[in-house]
Design a binder for this molecule. Structure first.
Ligand SMILES: NC(=O)c1ccc[n+]([C@@H]2O[C@H](COP(=O)([O-])OP(=O)(O)OC[C@H]3O[C@@H](n4cnc5c(N)ncnc54)[C@H](O)[C@@H]3O)[C@@H](O)[C@H]2O)c1
Ligand SMILES: CC(C)[C@H](C(=O)O)[C@@H](O)C(=O)O
Ligand SMILES: [Mg+2]
Length: 371
């Protein structure tokens, strides 16, 4: 009997628990039909943790995450907690988990599925066949740099400041993740920064170039300013294979890439730590790139695909279950090809459904594929 796979599920806030409910159906299906035995624990994070325990990321949640084989994360935040002081905000829940678990490389695949070509706001010819992997650095940069704050100037005006900081090895290790991925894809990395105006951007460009020259001379490296990259993503997205960016540019450009695929509700992600050389294990957290979507929370209309696809990434990256991951991805694509659409990807002539009907349809499709 294979050992249980320890999963920590953190639904969070807003649509997080709604879309996570649909993944739980898939997990149950995998357990019964594919004999995958998961040992599931659930924890509190974000606003839900603030309400219950007074902290967006309680120590207990961090400890559970550290001892799990993989963490499946929903989303955090919402208007209820927006007026809390900066250091108590729900968003610190995900930031602390990334930092404390050393999750420095965030993989955000933006794939335009055939059935959704027409759901994109861009022309079908521009987006058909797009398959981009955004690799975003997630434990450094302006998200964590010191000093930061808001101060009062002698003349009474307020001054807000943040600091963008990168040490060269933080850049090099995430660059290696991007180059390794490119080797398994179309062998090209586009590294984005603002080396024309930022010192840290200059260092970023230099270090990525050094890593490529020394360790990946077979991989094509292109440097691009982040603003140009945003424009090129909208005009010629098919030129991109792997896009490598810092914490902030990676965040912004991956939301933009999500728009190519039809909706933020379609984009999953995996955030990975370093492999421990003694155990061969790594910490990993899987989450959709979207947030808690307060505008639609509680209505049962959120698209559960990004959360489900995050679970597929978990099967692939944490457990090497490529076949099961593909099965789930295929089931989702088939449901979309069959014409079901949540509101965010709705198109003329398709059937509009809510979160749970979409989830049920995916499980039915899994049944058919496995028959
Ligand atoms: N990882 C996270 O937990 C995470 C990520 C991003 C934002 N947030 C937080 O979420 C809150 C809301 O932020 P926001 O509105 O800027 O971003 P958001 O991603 O929550 O929503 C942006 C837009 O996309 C839509 N959308 C997002 N996911 C969807 C889905 N699965 N199905 C259908 N539509 C979907 C929303 O309805 C909204 O119109 C904020 O508190 C923010 O800090 C959290
Ligand atoms: C909620 C927020 C802290 C987070 C980020 O900026 O990293 C989100 O936008 C994301 O993309 O995961
Ligand atoms: Mg984001």
């Amino acid at each position: 009997m294979p050992a249980n796979k320890k999963l920590l599920v953190l639904p969070g806030d807003g649509i997080g628990p709604e879309v996570m409910g649909e993944v739980r159906r898939v997990i149950d299906w995998m357990a019964h039909r594919r004999s995958l035995s998961f040992e599931i624990d659930e924890g509190l994070v974000g606003g839900a943790a603030i309400d219950a325990l007074g902290s967006p990321c309680p120590d207990e949640t961090v400890a559970k995450a550290k001892s799990a084989d993989a963490v499946l994360f929903g989303s955090v935040g919402g208007p209820k907690w927006d007026s809390l002081p900066f250091e108590q905000r729900p968003e610190l829940g995900i930031l602390r988990l990334r930092k404390d678990l050393g999750l420095f490389a965030n993989l955000r695949p933006a794939v335009v599925l055939d059935p959704l070509v027409e759901a994109s706001s861009l022309k079908a010819d521009v987006v058909r066949g797009v398959d981009i992997m955004v690799v975003r650095e997630t434990v450094g940069g302006v998200y964590f740099g010191e000093p930061r704050g808001v101060e009062k100037l002698p003349d009474g005006r307020r001054r807000g400041f943040d600091t963008q900081v990168y040490v060269e090895d933080e850049i090099a290790r995430v660059a290696r993740v991007a180059f390794d991925l490119a080797r398994k894809r179309r062998n090209k990395v586009t590294s984005v920064e603002k080396a024309n105006v930022m010192q840290s951007g200059r260092l970023w460009r230099a270090v990525v170039g050094e890593v490529q020259k020394a360790e990946y001379p077979d991989v094509q490296l292109e440097n691009m300013y982040a603003d140009n990259c945003a424009m090129q993503l909208c005009s010629r997205p098919k030129q991109f294979d792997v896009i490598l960016g810092d914490n902030l540019f990676g965040d912004v450009l991956s939301d933009l890439a999500a728009a190519l695929t039809g909706s933020l509700g379609m984009l999953p992600s995996a955030t990975l730590g370093a492999v421990d050389p003694t155990t061969g294990k790594r910490h990993a957290l899987y989450e959709p790139i979207h947030g808690s979507a307060p505008d639609i929370a509680g209505k049962g209309v959120a698209n559960p695909c990004a959360q489900m696809l995050s679970f597929a990434m978990l099967l692939r990256w944490s457990f090497g279950l490529e076949e099961d991951a593909r099965l789930l991805e295929t089931a989702i694509e088939k449901v979309l090809a069959g014409g079901l659409r949540t509101a965010d990807i709705m198109q003329a002539g398709m059937a509009r459904v809510g979160t749970s009907v979409m989830g049920e349809a995916v499980v039915r499709e899994l049944d058919k594929l496995a028959a």
